[in-house]
Write a protein that binds this ligand. Sequence first.
Ligand SMILES: Cc1cc2nc3c(=O)[nH]c(=O)nc-3n(C[C@H](O)[C@H](O)[C@H](O)COP(=O)(O)OP(=O)(O)OC[C@H]3O[C@@H](n4cnc5c(N)ncnc54)[C@H](O)[C@@H]3O)c2cc1C
Length: 481
Amino acid sequence: MRGLVWFRRDLRVHDQLALSTACEECDEVIPLFVFDEPLLQSQEFGSACVNFMLGCLDELQASLAALGLTLQWRRGCQVDEVCRAAVEWKADVVYWNRDYEPRAKVRDRQIQQQLAQMGVSARTFKDHVVFEAEEVRSATGEPMQRYSAYRARWWAKWHAVKPAVRAVPRPSTTKMKTVLLSPSPLPTAKELGYEHLIPWIAPGERRAREQLRWFVEGPIHRYADGRNRPAIDGSAKLSPHLRFGTLSPREAVQTALKSLSHSGPASWTDVLAWIDELIWREFFQQVLAAFPHVVDGPFKNTSVPLSRDFGLERYRLFQTWCDGNTGYPIVDAGMRQLNQTGWMHNRVRMIVASFLIKDLRIDWQSGERYFMQHLLDADAAANNGNWQWCASTGTDSMPGYRIFNPALQSKKFDPDGTYLRLYVPALSMVPANRIHEPHLMTLDEQSRYGCHIGVDYPAPVVDHHRARQEYLDLGKHQVTG
Ligand SMILES: Cc1cc2nc3c(=O)[nH]c(=O)nc-3n(C[C@H](O)[C@H](O)[C@H](O)COP(=O)(O)OP(=O)(O)OC[C@H]3O[C@@H](n4cnc5c(N)ncnc54)[C@H](O)[C@@H]3O)c2cc1C
């Protein structure tokens, strides 16, 4: 039997269900990747993401070669290319791992139908999450909307199922014949229409596994505090790997739990806090799967203040946010980190999102789009879920509005300003007691620390206290009609 394994967001050979099942069931296996032309053209994702993906594919090609398999790639409309490849290479079965994004589900259904018409079977697997939406439901069988309840049921399921991690498939020389297709070099970012850059987080399965090992041997046991400090390596920096599937989420959870049995300092609280984040990731995946309308608008129509109308002022304010020129150092450091590296610390993501929505009163979808275009880990489910959380329109939205005070957040989580100085060089000489609100420096201080407000570093584009009050008043006005 000949099987085609279609790689998508699962660019690894360890614990890869579609690949290992194909290797068990088929005599001949052909791995395939399709560059989705319409998606490439749409520029929905940016160069950071595309370069990261290419790096992962490069390594995957080598890992598959070591198993005697030749990764084939095509470029075009995925529906056409997968079906065409199945016919050309006379595949009996096409294997792939499931994707829960609404348009991916439509595409996969189309492919399944076309393959069926051609007499080719399709086999699909759970891979991107530990538990799919249907596996973690409320007592009445409904999709879940509250994280705390979801988390409790997720853990109950984990203990009941104890998900296993699969090893790298071992092709048996007697069974698996190499299909004689010549390898072809992968396209470059430029050839795909993107700028070439070196990803700030190293791509590929090997690096993902090294990064996980590094994290569980140290930082995970200080995670509860460390994750909130943008100046230190306190979180795993595995999000692009989980996004592109160079790391299996099952393996991530199991490795974290195993770290508790190592000798040396181990902390349950910290390890569970980290696994909590992986469960948040699954929570948002199931929200997207069960409530696909979230891609086009709010999860629920809570009465949040209307955003600013389109116009010059909105354009100007949005641009200061994108460029990291708002005059609020923690917001600017975050946006500059994103623009320079394709990554941003989670605490800072929440601060910049709150600032865009509540202080600048710009619609959250504009921020969501900007993040998708610039993040290395751009993921529709996590990005949408978090933006909606920040906008108070999502699941788990709090009564009232979450409005972060940028200066207080900055003082609390980057007290000596190390992170701020890293990304806002104009503040490099400003001392810790002034760096969080540099516009409060006297003229004398500005000269002393080489940072003239309005010249070297912008004055605040809005006054936070006034903007906060306006937002609350608008909300009240809308609630009371
Ligand atoms: C406005 C906003 C937009 C975001 N957009 C994305 C996105 O497009 N892609 C993305 O992967 N994450 C997104 N996040 C979540 C989070 O910021 C990143 O997952 C995290 O910063 C990645 O760093 P890490 O790997 O060191 O995380 P760790 O703290 O080490 O967490 C481990 C893993 O858990 C998952 N995770 C952590 N926090 C969250 C969360 N709040 N929601 C969902 N999953 C989480 C990630 O896969 C992460 O790699 C967003 C958060 C906000 C506030």
